[in-house]
Design a protein around this ligand. Structure first.
Ligand code: ADP
Length: 482
């Protein structure tokens, strides 16, 4: 495996210095495929966070006062630094997170893509001249960085979720405090090293690891932080929104999903099966856009279940660094225990197991890719985000029934459907209450598109031209006496 030791930072970045926690405590980082401890990172709390916020606050006039061309040049150098380190960054991501190396490479490449996108997009963050209703006045809007931005990121995409937040922040001139997930801190800390290489001033990027509650508590309470951008569970997201209310911060939230995947009788069966494999089993099912509920129309149901189950049974389960690995380990013991619990519940409510169903013979954190047919609304997996390699297939009869079932959830992130009927495609576009809709496609995310959920899946967009708006305040100026 590519040696990534040169990129490992076992320290936190505060005001341009790599430091330890005040009390010297650390947290272990383990490889989920082997259980081996691969690093120790600081276990910081509120005091260190407060200093990081002070540093970001002091650096804000420096970064936001820079010529736009200079900030664009910094981002371009950051993009280059990522591309130069693509292989070791991917190896590091696989080592601490578990995903197959090919998926890790794709994630790091996507991270670089976001940096480049925002370097380009910020050049178009223009204002307006508004036709004045009254003589002798000129009305203008201008756009300004919101100020100090805090980013809290999850372990399932520890690099690209950070890229989507850090890149628009730095592009617009916002300085940052980043808190990566405790399970995957190395892929977050490396951004500090890359930002230094690119030439960012001290305090522009601060990265803290440790107690989520203590760091999050300070971030949300401190009035100097003007925006919080978060990706994680709906439960924690709601708590953070409440905490941010005290200082009326701007919030962007990318929260949980419960993605439906609807296969109609007229679908291209092979394409639908291939799409479902990716949409369900990517990252061992641990993504917020992963299919949670497969709805298959009665005319194609048996054929789909058979073809899909055969493909699932053939998936190669192995450590992410093994050539050809298609499903790596789960992130931790709690995640695997949840699979056993959800599966037990589904089978007790009449589910039909067609493949998988237990911990994998490899042991450790590996779980068999699993399919439960004849799924129904009584099962917990119909309501809860599975976040693992269990696919549940629900039969349905009519289009209206499928759309109603798909929408019967508090979530609204991603939805997928396979059909060749164009009129139906437009009905789905109108009818599905989701922020992201994939028709006959599942890999639908790119820097160019506005990623984001509706309902309890979140607020705000990441990527697209919308992805920069959340980092800018619009000011209106009326110049009179002209
Ligand atoms: P997931 O486990 O799906 O990634 P979480 O919402 O548990 O979702 O975690 C997402 C991120 O939020 C992680 O970086 C985690 O450490 C952080 N986090 C968890 N609890 C809190 C909290 N109370 N305050 C701030 N951040 C938190």
């Amino acid at each position: 495996m590519t040696d990534f030791s040169a990129l490992v930072r076992e320290a936190n970045l505060i005001n341009g210095a790599w430091v330890q926690a005040d009390d010297g405590r650390t947290v272990e980082v383990t490889n989920p495929a082997t259980g081996e401890v691969i690093a120790r990172v600081p276990n910081c709390g509120a005091a260190e966070t407060q200093r990081a916020i002070e540093a970001a606050h002091a650096a804000f006039p420096i970064l936001s006062g820079m010529a736009l061309g200079e900030r664009v040049a910094l981002l371009r150098r950051l993009h280059q630094a990522i591309m130069d380190n693509l292989e070791p960054m991917a190896a590091m991501l696989t080592a601490e997170q578990g995903k197959p190396l090919a998926e890790a490479r794709a994630e790091v490449t996507s991270s670089a893509g976001y940096v480049l996108w925002f370097a380009e997009e910020v050049r178009r963050a223009d204002g307006a001249i508004i036709p004045a209703p009254t003589a002798g006045r000129r009305l203008l809007t201008t756009r300004h960085p919101v100020g100090v931005v805090a980013a809290i990121t999850p372990w399932n995409f520890p690099s690209s979720m950070l890229a989507r937040k850090l890149a628009p922040a730095l592009a617009t001139g916002c300085t940052t405090i980043v808190k990566p997930a405790t399970a995957t801190p190395l892929s977050g800390l490396v951004w500090g090293h890359l930002a230094e290489q690119a030439g960012y001033p001290a305090g522009a990027v601060n990265i803290l690891t440790g107690s989520a509650r203590a760091i999050g508590g300070e971030i949300t309470a401190n009035p100097k932080v003007r925006k919080l951008t978060f990706t994680g569970s709906t439960e924690i997201g709601k708590e953070l929104i409440r905490q941010c209310a005290g200082t009326v911060k701007r919030v962007s939230m990318e929260l949980g999903g419960n993605a439906p995947f609807i296969v109609f009788d007229d679908a291209d069966l092979e394409a639908a099966v291939s799409g479902a494999m990716i949409a369900k089993f990517r990252n061992a099912g641990q993504t917020c856009v992963c299919t949670n509920r497969l709805y298959v129309q009665s005319g194609i149901y048996d054929r789909f279940v058979k073809a899909f189950s055969d493909r699932v049974a053939a998936l190669k389960v192995a450590p992410g660094i093994e050539p050809g690995a298609e499903q790596g380990p789960m992130i931790d013991e709690a995640a695997i225990a949840k699979m056993e619990e959800l599966l037990g519940d589904a089978l007790s409510h009449g589910g039909a197991l067609t493949t998988g169903g237990k911990r994998h013979a490899r042991g450790g954190l590996f779980f068999e890719p699993t399919v439960v047919a004849a799924a129904n609304e009584q099962m917990r997996i119909a309501r809860e985000e599975i976040f693992g390699p269990i696919a549940a297939i629900y039969p349905f009869e009519t289009e209206a029934e499928a759309i109603a079932a798909a929408n019967d959830t508090e979530f609204g992130l991603a939805a997928y459907a396979y059909t060749r009927d164009l009129a139906r495609i437009f009905r789905l576009q109108d009818g599905l209450e989701y922020g992201l809709i994939g028709i006959n496609e599942v890999l639908i995310v790119a820097p160019e598109i506005p990623f984001g959920g509706i309902k309890e899946s979140g607020m705000g967009k990441e990527g697209g031209h919308q992805g920069i708006d959340d980092f800018l305040e619009t000011k209106y100026t009326c110049i009179g006496g002209l």
